[in-house]
Design a protein around this ligand. Structure first.
Ligand code: EPU
Length: 341
């Protein structure tokens, strides 16, 4: 294990923001992770775990030990006629896992194709797309505690998964580094194609009884047409969460914005489309100096040529103010912001 001092992170975050980590280490195994955590404790350093940096805003230098989790591994740990349990290491690429599981005949992840980032980062924000959330497949999340390098195993219910949320964004924020996930996948196809964009794509392409591969291909096509590729247009996916409202809040928004796209939730609340609100406020495709709002999807902020994450946050603040004036709703930033302390 080699600890690097003053490591530039610009190539290690999908928004391509400039930030220097006081200390940085790449870990390829649990043993290396233990060594890194011990180094952090001995040097009284705050620990920040980083995967592919696809859901972070680095708004300044990081006075911390940044641990890049690169540990690889996929293992079948249980199997019966109908299901399979996979243990997948945190450093694996998410989309590669989706492709591989489909090729093995392990179904369920196809709606989550093409989401940037690592397996270890996936449970933190409970990645979700096209009507499916990661939480439906998680049996447990394994991690090491930062304070003692103690092995932790959290069941799905202990992870407190919710829309773009988990215990790793709350009580356990920065308290542990995720090492692997146990995922339960099905050997029988069980396609989920009710999400409006997905349903209409399949209809337009005359796919009446979609297979998991059809879903995978459709999701890849939809995402590629609407969301910018971080490799060519730096971004962090959706920059804001869709607000989830109780009945009174929803009624009051409807008075101001009667045609807002909305989705009833299982708990009786209603999720409303933040991208629509941002578009109504005239921000879609807007460019402010070196940062802007994507022209195909107003929920995505893009970095044209900016080193400073604070500029992007200033744009996000302006957008939040417009949306508040228009609808009375307070948008919440989705990616994790580091470097403002
Ligand atoms: N909309 C607009 N204008 C826009 C964007 C969206 O009016 O510029 C409207 C759409 O017409 C639609 C509604 O908003 O009626 C929802 O749009 P979409 O289906 O694109 O989904 P989203 O709610 O904007 C969420 C996730 C995405 C995920 C898609 C598909 C969040 C914060 N974002 O976006 O996730 O891919 O659903 O399931 O929940 C991400 O988290 O980085 C991400 C890309």
């Amino acid at each position: 294990m080699r600890v690097l001092q003053n490591e530039p992170l610009q190539k290690r975050n999908s928004l391509r923001l400039q930030s220097i980590a006081r200390a940085f280490v790449n870990v390829n195994s649990e043993e290396e992770l233990r060594d890194a955590l011990l180094w952090g404790r001995n040097n009284h350093a705050r620990v920040i775990a980083l995967g592919q940096g696809s859901n972070v805003v680095l708004a300044g230098d990081l006075n911390a030990l940044v641990i890049h989790q690169a540990t690889q591994g996929r293992e079948v740990i249980e199997e019966d006629d109908r299901t399979i349990v996979l243990r997948v290491s945190a450093g694996e690429n998410w989309h590669s896992l989706v492709q591989w599981s489909l090729s093995q005949g392990y179904f369920g992840l196809e709606n989550l194709a093409l989401i940037p980032g690592t397996v270890g980062a996936a449970p933190i924000q409970n990645i979700g797309a096209y009507g499916v959330e990661l939480s439906s497949f998680v049996r447990s999340v394994q991690a090491l505690s930062v304070s003692q390098s103690e092995q932790l195993k959290l069941s799905a219910s202990q992870c407190c998964f919710a829309y773009r949320d988990s215990v790793f964004k709350r009580d356990m924020q920065d308290q542990c580094v995720i090492t692997s996930l146990d995922l339960v996948l099905s050997k029988q196809p069980n396609v989920q194609c009710a999400y409006p964009t997905l349903k209409s794509y399949l209809h337009q392409h005359n796919v009446s009884e979609p297979t998991p591969l059809d879903i995978f291909n459709a999701v890849v096509a939809i995402r590629s047409s609407r969301l910018p590729d971080p490799a060519t247009c730096p971004n962090a996916g959706s920059f804001f969460k869709n607000p989830v409202l109780d009945a009174a809040q929803f009624r009051s928004v409807l008075k101001r914005a009667p045609s807002i796209p909305h989705y009833p939730q299982a708990d009786g609340k209603t999720k409303v489309a933040a991208g629509w609100l941002i578009e109504q406020c005239g921000w879609k495709g807007a460019r402010v100096e070196s940062v802007g709002v994507h022209s195909e999807h107003a929920l995505v902020l893009v970095n044209y040529d900016c080193d400073d994450g604070r500029r992007l946050l200033a744009l996000a603040d302006d957008i939040k103010r417009s949306v508040f004036d228009f609808s009375g709703l307070e948008l919440e930033i989705e990616p994790r912001v580091y470097g403002l302390e």
